[in-house]
Design a protein around this ligand. Sequence first.
Ligand SMILES: Nc1ncnc2c1ncn2[C@@H]1O[C@H](COP(=O)(O)OP(=O)(O)OP(=O)(O)O)[C@@H](O)[C@H]1O
Length: 340
Amino acid sequence: MGVEVVVEGLTKSFGKQNIWQNVTLTLPRGEVSVMLGPSGTGKTVFLKSIVGLVRPEQGHVLIDGVDMVNSRERDVYEARKLFGLMFQDGALFGSLSLFDNVAFPLREHTRKKESEIRRIVMERLDLVGLAGAEKKLPGEISGGMRKRVGLARALVLDPQIILCDEPDSGLDPVRTSYLSQLLIDINAEIDATMLIVTHNLDIAATVPDNMGMLFRRNLVTFGPREVLLTSEEPVVEQFLTARRAGPIGMSEEKDQATLDLEAAHGIVAGPPVERTIVPQLAPTPGLPERRAVRRRQERVKGMLHELPPAARRAIEASLRDGGGAATGPVAARVSRGAGA
Ligand SMILES: Nc1ncnc2c1ncn2[C@@H]1O[C@H](COP(=O)(O)OP(=O)(O)OP(=O)(O)O)[C@@H](O)[C@H]1O
């Protein structure tokens, strides 16, 4: 079962460049969360900080009693074994077969016999739909297949926390849909806590239980998916509707002068775009139910009074429907106030 990840007051800079400050959030155990944010806002640095590959100057990342920021290297190294990491490019060894790539962490970190390694590797390759391709080299398969090999490799040590950095980059929309389903299916199978960094709006809309966004060195929001999906924050709205008008510019962010200039040229946010909350994906029939769904229902019921009205209404609709976020077939419309 997944473990909770508690991030408290995290601040990271490289030299004089502050990447983000005072980031606080909790990834609930076994739930799937997505972190959004324009390019360069430090999402990858955030993932690396969680796993202790980057050391923030302030704050804590608490995992099973270990602070990944401030503990001794030996303790951080041990805690890292709880993680499965999937990097943007799959990070495969080009001269090793897919089998050997997936077997690598088992040979490196465990003393398992080759027969046991074979069993685990074949099981994981099967899970990501690559049974039969194990003898191929990474150069002989498509980008989408390489991603799935990366995911299989992230799964071999039975991770309790899975971090995926832009798992969709370079994938066509159909393959991205398959990947979304695969992420949900993996969560159903192993109940791991998952954090996915992505720019992909389909993944964002259909996969996570929780969503957050980094912008201008801050965590704009983090919470149940309905909070971000109904948010009227200009940056969230701009991101979710993929519009040019708004605070996000081509290079990181716009200053006020640019916004004024755009307004003078008629590039303004315009009428609000009606957004729809589509249902979250459910596991493929035949797989177990996601255990996180019931836990999440109880959790969000307890926090309803803290949430903005639109998010509350969306959650109440999905709870009335009986299944919570993961199974509700209703597509709730986000009713918008004027002036978004
Ligand atoms: N090791 C490092 N040393 C110095 N600066 C770094 C280092 N790693 C990242 N950065 C800087 O941190 C900032 C955030 O980078 P990061 O890759 O986390 O952004 P991102 O949100 O993941 O972007 P994208 O969506 O484009 O992948 C960038 O300005 C980057 O240049």
